[in-house]
Design a protein around this ligand. Structure first.
Ligand code: ZN
Length: 496
């Protein structure tokens, strides 16, 4: 039994079955009704948006022996059936990208003068028209200038700008649009229902995203998904190799939304699927870089944001914020490349960004500061005093944490063993202070306090920089915080 691929099985056979491209279909039907269809049409648009499909429907509408209402071909008469099978003598499809194309164009031009053999009109559909050789294009040009009344040319191309202007100017142009996500998902859903195939909508959304507006690609991805028996979004991401773009978008969206919960869940999933986090982070950086350029140079750079949620986030996120996220990612990308704990580092990066609150442009802050003209009072930061006490076992606690949170467990392994004292537990850090700015610190404190019944104290050794809490207490910082009704959430050290 031969298997008919979905794209062929569900190829529209008449105008009303076409998905999307309503502007093209309406104009064509109107022109047909009024008898004003021009003899040279140019269908331009990305692959898989229905150019050849609609060209065939037009060919049928021009040749059908039993036209239906709305200029629909009947798909039953001999002409329609032969066109559907691709064996109708008066409708010729030429692939300009193949070598055969050149000979066919020559032959076509030879035969133009003859009236249609069987049908009412000769229709030449030239696929990939931008690939025509110069010679073939020139030959065609003559025919386009004065096409015989019974002849129609339909040139389909993904790259109209590569066609000679002389040809472009002789064709009536129809621009085929990328299909939007909703339309695609709807159609995929319809196909799955007809095929009796159960699949989650989120999986279909992922397919539609991946296809980037091409219905043919979407259907071919659905073919693959069905072959693998895929039913959920996670299945798709783990079993098929085409999750990348959608995944990158998902990460970017989470970062712009600053949704910590989503970020940590995603990170966990990614890790379980064994994805290359460095590669993913590089892609996210690249994506954000494009967003940043589009924001900074709006006239010169355009980006195509299909996802409406992401589009809105792009609009509401400031240039400063994009830059800060980008800087953080770039810096952490280097750490990610070196760390023995990539998942943890990845989570910390996501968490760090999600914790950034709405930023106020530095210009505004400086301006406000000038207005207040504060005096530069020097602040002395007291150094934490060291305490020497006895050591106690830590292992039982680690075992317990391992059961509860593998991430926290990994984090703790990477840190020096704390000292347990009669009144408190002391964690002495040298270079790991980054970890403790993360969301894991409160969690760690909570776990230690409830297990040992003693508070956790963190000491950063050989480290003269101020902590966040200390900075918050400085009068000038308090003033800034008051002025902007702001909360200081993070501090960044300048190079000394
Ligand atoms: Zn017919």
């Amino acid at each position: 039994m031969s298997y008919l691929v979905l794209a062929r099985k569900y190829r529209p056979q008449k105008f009303s079955e076409v998905v999307g491209q309503t502007h093209v279909v309406k104009t064509l039907i109107n022109a047909l009704k009024l008898g004003k269809l021009t003899h040279a049409l140019l269908f331009s648009g990305i692959k898989g948006t229905g150019k050849t499909t609609i060209a065939r429907i037009v060919a049928k509408a021009l040749n059908c022996l039993n036209l239906q209402e709305g200029y629909e071909p009947c798909n039953e008469c001999q002409n329609c059936q032969e066109i559907n099978k691709g064996i109708f003598v008066d409708v010729l499809e030429i692939d300009a990208a193949s070598n055969r194309g050149i000979d066919q164009v020559r032959e076509l031009i030879e035969n133009l003068k003859y009236a249609p053999a069987k049908g009412k009109a000769k229709v030449y559909i030239i696929d990939e028209a931008h690939m025509l050789t110069k010679e073939a294009a020139n030959a065609l040009l003559k025919s386009l200038e004065e096409p015989p009344p019974h002849v129609y040319f339909i040139l389909a191309t993904t790259e109209p700008n590569r066609l000679p202007p002389t040809i472009l100017s002789r064709c009536q142009r129809y621009d085929f649009r990328r299909l939007d996500l909703r339309t695609m998902v709807q159609f995929l859903r319809y196909v799955c229902e007809r095929e009796n195939y159960k699949i989650e909508t989120s999986a279909l959304e992922l397919i539609a995203k991946e296809a980037q507006g091409s219905m043919r690609d979407a259907l071919s991805l659905l073919d693959q998904a069905m072959a693998y028996g895929v039913q959920t979004k996670e299945d798709i991401q783990s079993s098929l190799g085409w999750h990348e773009d959608a995944l990158v978008e998902e990460v970017v969206q989470i970062l712009l939304e600053k949704d910590l919960k989503k970020a940590l869940t995603l990170s966990k999933n990614l890790y379980e699927r064994g994805l290359d986090l460095i590669y993913l982070m590089e892609k996210v950086v690249e994506y954000l870089r494009n967003l940043f350029f589009a924001k900074a140079l709006p006239g010169e750079t355009t980006i195509n944001l299909e996802n409406p949620e992401l589009k809105e986030l792009f609009v509401t996120t400031s240039q400063e914020e994009l830059l800060l996220i980008l800087q953080t990612l770039l810096r952490d990308l280097e750490l990610l490349k070196k760390t023995p704990y990539p998942q943890l580092q990845f989570e910390l990066t996501l968490a760090k960004i999600c914790e950034y609150k709405k930023l106020i442009p530095i210009r505004e802050i400086l301006q406000k500061l000038e207005e207040f003209a504060t005096s530069g009072e020097a602040i002395l930061i007291p150094q934490p005093s060291e305490v020497k006490i006895t050591q106690k076992s830590w292992e039982n606690f680690l075992e317990k944490i391992k059961e509860e949170s593998s991430t926290l467990h990994t984090l703790l392994l990477s840190l020096p063993e704390p000292e347990i004292h009669s009144q408190e537990i002391i964690l002495k850090l040298k270079g790991e202070e980054e970890f403790l700015k993360s969301t894991y610190l409160p969690l760690l404190k909570e776990k230690i306090e409830s297990y040992f019944g003693k508070p956790l104290k963190v000491i950063v050794e050989n480290y003269k920089r101020s902590t966040l809490d200390e900075v918050k207490e400085r009068p000038e910082v308090k003033l800034i915080a008051q002025t902007f009704s702001a909360k200081i959430v993070n501090i960044q050290y300048t190079k000394e």
